[in-house]
Structure formats: structure tokens, C-alpha cells
Design a protein around this ligand. Structure first.
Ligand code: NAD
Length: 340
């Protein structure tokens, strides 16, 4: 059986990554769209053969409850709209995939998780790397201690933004933040699957060199983590530089990915030689994994509590900066750590 997915928000990620990936998925397919644009309705309907009854706008979206063609709603809107549409999807009885960052506050993450729980629907994050083979290999090194204990993890996730200054990513009300919520989430993720642990503290710094362009949102943030096993971590995230890597120094060698979090193919090196896997669409793998979780009870590789955990860390980083780079303690336990 193949589950029907409706994409909500037909911007660049839906257009250039998700919809093409859904042409090759095994356990799910593109069945519907939700858009505020009449022009996009027509273009998508003809390009992807989408039935008129499976096309919604933001106002009539809730009637999707009565549509048996749609099993999963995938929310691909600006960050401040994730909570509203994830909750409306859950109330309509649909399983939910929510893009990163999960929301613009921990409270929003809680509300999404609660709505999905009450509705009895599954919730997954759009964290595509949890289905990506190089990342799985890193997680295996950590689990099997292939290179011994990790003593230091470094993770970068950044790109230089030069685009339209009116874009939603630079508007705090719509984005909830700047580089940290957009790219920093990847370096937080890398630090956690690169050590297999949640951090117990974070200390952060902010840098601003183009305040005319980054009027409301953070441009560059660095932060340091302490992990319960004794490892330390360092992350760099920015909208003002290109950087994309993960490096872990261990007591019996090292492993690294560069790039570590783009759409791939990723590339990896270790102290014992290169990591090599054939390339497949990460989005295809991610959506098939979530569909098989629903259909066959396989592991949810990126559950809602993982998205919430990352937002707790994001809020702690902003708190550290606001309080003069103070070290903030984190009490996450095993929250959001998945076994595979
Ligand atoms: P985008 O700007 O290209 O698309 C956003 C869509 O939302 C557009 O179709 C726009 O019309 C619609 N929209 C509805 N209301 C809007 C409003 N008030 N203001 C602005 N746009 C509005 O953005 P995108 O790059 O497709 O990102 C969408 C989401 O997907 C974001 O949360 C982003 O973090 C996430 N994303 C994730 C990945 C990933 O690799 N997992 C990659 C890119 C984007």
C-alpha cells in the first residue's frame, strides 16, 4: 500500500526537492496540495496529475479530514506557520510531517505533540539526514565505538545569504530567528548524533557584521556544548559564510563528513579511510521511512520529541547570548535520542 501525501506550502523546498522525490517513493506518493496561489494549483495539477478534489487552500484546508486519498500532511511553510498547520492537520485526523525548525518556541512544539497525541496520529520531523546513509554510518560508529569514545565534536552549518532583504527568513515574526533556527539546527543535530548524547550545557556567542541586511535575525552564532560522557562540542552557524561539516575526534581515531548536511551526495573521511555510499534522494528515503513507520511499525527516525529537544537547545543558546554568554544547564536526559 502507498500512502497519499499532501504538501502544504509550494515554495522552493516542495517544488525542487519534495515533489520530485515523491515521484520515486515506494510507500507514499504525492496525492494533494495546499496552496494560497491559484496559479500554482493549475501548474501542479497538470504537472503531477493531482485531482481537483485533492487541492486545498489555507482557508478550506480543514475539510481535508473527509478526504481518504490523503494520509499524511507535510507542512513546508515558513517556520511561524508550522504549529498552526501541523495542529490543524492532526485535528483533521492526518499523520503529520513538520519541517524544521519544528516551531518558533518550545511551547509550540508541545502544542503540536499534544495535538498529534490526542488525535492518535503519527508525527515526524523533516529531518532527512536520519534516513541518509553517511549519517547512518556515523551513528553506527558512535553506537559501536568504532573509533572509541568521542572526545570532541565540531559541526558547521552555514550559507551566505545575499537574497531579497524582504524574504521571510529575515523576518523574525515569520522565521522565529536567523541562522540558528534555519541552519544551526543541523549543527545541533550533528553534535548529538555525532556523540550519541544530548548536551548537558551550552554557552553561546553572537556576531553581527552586516546589521543593515540582518536587521531582525541572527547572522552568526557559535556555541559550545558539554556532553555527559565527557566530550565537548563546538558549533558554528551563519547566514554570512559558507560552511558545512562534521568532525569528531575520538580516542582511537576520527571521522568526518564534508559536506555533512546538504542534499548530497555527502562525503566522508575517517582515520581508517573514506566513507562511500551510492547517492539517493534524501527526501525520498525520509518520506518512505515515515510511511513505513505508519504502515509497518518500523522506527520513527525523527519523532516530534526530537524536534522539541532541538528547540529547547535553540532557546538555551538564545538565552546564553541574552545573558552575556552565560553557561546554560540543560536537563534533556535521553529526550529525542532514537536507537537507529
Ligand atoms: P519558500 O519561501 O521557498 O516557501 C515558502 C512557501 O510558503 C511559499 O510557497 C509561500 O507562498 C508560502 N507562504 C504562505 N504564507 C506565507 C507567508 N506569510 N510568508 C511567506 N511565505 C508564505 O521556503 P522553503 O525554502 O520552501 O522553506 C519552507 C520550510 O521548509 C521552512 O520551514 C524551511 O525551514 C523548511 N526547509 C527545510 C529543508 C530541509 O532540508 N529539511 C530545506 C529547505 C526548507
Amino acid at each position: 500500500r502507498s500512502l497519499g501525501i499532501a504538501l502544504v506550502g509550494l515554495g522552493s523546498y516542495s517544488t525542487y526537492q519534495l515533489a520530485p522525490a515523491l515521484q520515486n517513493t515506494k510507500h507514499c506518493h504525492l496525492a494533494g496540495i495546499v496552496t494560497g496561489s491559484r496559479a500554482k494549483e493549475q501548474v501542479w495539477a497538470s504537472k503531477y496529475n493531482i485531482e481537483t478534489k485533492n487541492i486545498y487552500n489555507y482557508q478550506n484546508f480543514d475539510t481535508i479530514a473527509n478526504n481518504e486519498d490523503i494520509d499524511i500532511v507535510y507542512v513546508v511553510l515558513p517556520n511561524s506557520m508550522h504549529a498552526e498547520f501541523s495542529i490543524r492537520a492532526a485535528k483533521a485526523g492526518k499523520h503529520v510531517i513538520c519541517e524544521k525548525p519544528m516551531g518558533i518556541s518550545v511551547a509550540e512544539c508541545d502544542a503540536i505533540i499534544e495535538a498529534c497525541k490526542i488525535a492518535g496520529v503519527k508525527l515526524g520531523m523533516g529531518y532527512r539526514l536520519h534516513s541518509e546513509p553517511y549519517t547512518q554510518e556515523i551513528k553506527r560508529y558512535v553506537k559501536e565505538k568504532t573509533f572509541g569514545e568521542v572526545s570532541y565534536i565540531m559541526a558547521e552549518a552555514a550559507y551566505r545569504s545575499n537574497g531579497n532583504p524582504a524574504q521571510w527568513r529575515l523576518n523574525k515574526a515569520l522565521s522565529g530567528g536567523g541562522a540558528l533556527v534555519n541552519m544551526g539546527v543541523y549543527s545541533i543535530q550533528s553534535s548529538i548524533y555525532g556523540t550519541g548524547e544530548n548536551p548537558v550545557s551550552v554557552t553561546a556567542q553572537e556576531f553581527s557584521t552586516r546589521p543593515d541586511y540582518f536587521k531582525e535575525t541572527d547572522e552568526t552564532i557559535t556555541a559550545q556544548f558539554e556532553f555527559p560522557g565527557g566530550a565537548t562540542g563546538s558549533i558554528f552557524t551563519s547566514h554570512n559564510a559558507n560552511a558545512n561539516s562534521l568532525y569528531a575526534s575520538c580516542n582511537k581515531g576520527w571521522f568526518s563528513l564534508k559536506p555533512a548536511n546538504n542534499y548530497g551526495p555527502l562525503a566522508g573521511e575517517t582515520s581508517r579511510g573514506p566513507i562511500q555510499f551510492p547517492h539517493e534522494s534524501q527526501q525520498k528515503l525520509q518520506m518512505d521511512d515515515f510511511a513505513s513507520h505508519i504502515l509497518y511499525g518500523t522506527e520513527n527516525r525523527a519523532p516530534g520529541e526530537m524536534g522539541k529537544r532541538d528547540m529547547i537547545i535553540v532557546e538555551a543558546i538564545y538565552q546564553s547570548i541574552a545573558e552575556g554568554n552565560r553557561k546554560i544547564a540543560l536537563d534533556l536526559g535521553k529526550m529525542g535520542l532514537v536507537s537507529e
